[in-house]
Design a protein around this ligand. Structure first.
Ligand code: TTP
Ligand code: MG
Length: 352
């Protein structure tokens, strides 16, 4: 895997941007979604124009109205935002099946095939083309740094953080930017003279570990840019696969096997990272006359091994796929997925 494999996507001023998109008269104006100017309720989100007045999510509407007398209050239209969120996920799915939704407008993606920087750029462009909204995208080598990256150049940001860049940036990050440091922890740290990541790393580690235990350990790891957490695939995912339209229509079995080999590597890698196993392996073929077939095999045991996926797909290709017509597209899919937290099936068949 390349150094950069994690993408974090976060829409800009999400609810407010959707409303500004749908009501051109509110564009470039201070807008908040949620509540009303009489002071009932709190702000769900503020447009970037409103943020200039110091208005932010969770602020009381009364306070927001005081800070900006011309502030426009709009009602929440959750169904509309959910629809946009769905569209974002359809876009993500065209690039990877390892997607962890974090909230309505935010997700982590893991890229195991292709260049994560290029894919991050394409996702950002697709989102704008399809939804008319801007997202900020961060690309890095782990989730924590990828999220930090997407936050750095908001709104409409695109930020790549390599190991070297992280080394340069991290020390100067305010401690509040580190995962798990809320208002209360920030105060506690400030009280002992810790304001930045550098301050924390230079502090007496033994003291921190003795007084804070696990929390200090996690915090120190993050401050060093280390985060081993994996992208947790949405349990809704029922299959994962790869397919490609061939450069030239072909009847060459060796070439087709080569494709299956590449797909098997990508899929088994993805399964290895996520701990997911599969029982069904499917080969999809589209011929040059656009007719298509799928052929599957279901194993008695679940697997995530490259060999097993590859060998079974080759068996299907050799024995159950006709090459009397040239083939235009080949795909490989695994389904009948078993997630790591599900009890593994005990097999009574002895295998090597
Ligand atoms: P965020 O991504 O936290 O905020 P945002 O998209 O509005 O702005 P940013 O550009 O900083 O990412 O939250 C996404 C949406 O979730 C937000 O548009 C509204 C909703 N939300 C609330 O309803 N209440 C809250 O306190 C927060 C933080 C968000
Ligand atoms: Mg957002």
């Amino acid at each position: 895997m390349t150094e950069l494999s994690i993408i974090h996507v976060d829409m800009d001023a999400f609810f407010a941007s959707v409303e500004q998109r749908d009501h051109p008269k509110y564009r470039h104006k201070p807008v908040v979604v949620g509540g009303d100017p009489d002071g009932r309720g709190v702000v769900s989100t503020a447009s970037y124009e409103a943020r200039k007045f110091g208005i932010h999510s969770a602020m009381s509407c009364r306070k927001a109205a005081q800070l900006c007398p011309d502030l426009i209050f709009l009602p929440v239209d959750m169904d509309k935002y959910k629809l946009v969120s769905k569209k974002m996920h359809s876009i993500f799915n065209t690039y990877t099946s390892i997607i962890e939704p974090i909230s309505i407008d935010e997700a982590f993606l893991e890229i195991v095939q292709g260049d994560a920087v290029e894919i991050g750029k394409s996702i950002k462009e697709d989102i704008f083309r399809i939804t008319g909204l801007t997202a900020s995208v961060g690309v890095s080598y782990n989730k924590f740094i990828a999220k930090m990256a997407s936050d750095m150049e908001k709104p409409n940001g695109f930020t790549v953080i390599t190991h070297d860049r992280a080394k340069a940036i991290l020390p100067y990050m305010p401690i509040r930017k580190i995962w798990g440091v809320g208002e209360k922890t920030e105060k506690e740290l400030n009280n002992i003279g810790i304001f930045t990541v550098k301050d924390l790393l230079q502090y007496d580690h033994e003291f921190l570990l003795k007084n804070w235990g696990r929390r200090a350990h996690d915090l120190l790891q993050l401050c060093r840019g280390i985060d081993h957490s994996t992208v947790q695939v949405d349990q809704e995912v029922k299959s994962m696969g790869e397919e490609t339209t061939l450069k030239k229509d072909t009847r060459d079995l060796a070439l087709l096997r080569e494709q299956l080999r590449d797909f098997s590597i990508a899929i088994s890698h993805r399964m290895g990272r996520t701990g997911i196993r599969c029982r069904t392996i499917t080969v999809k073929i589209k011929y040059n006359d656009f007719s298509s077939i799928t052929r599957s095999i279901t194993l008695s045991n679940s697997t995530k091994s490259f060999d097993e996926i590859y060998q079974n797909s080759v068996d299907i290709l050799n024995n159950r796929v006709s090459v009397s017509k040239p083939i235009r597209l080949i795909g490989l899919q695994v389904s009948n997925l078993i997630y790591p937290d599900e009890p593994t099936q005990i097999s009574f068949i002895q295998t090597e």
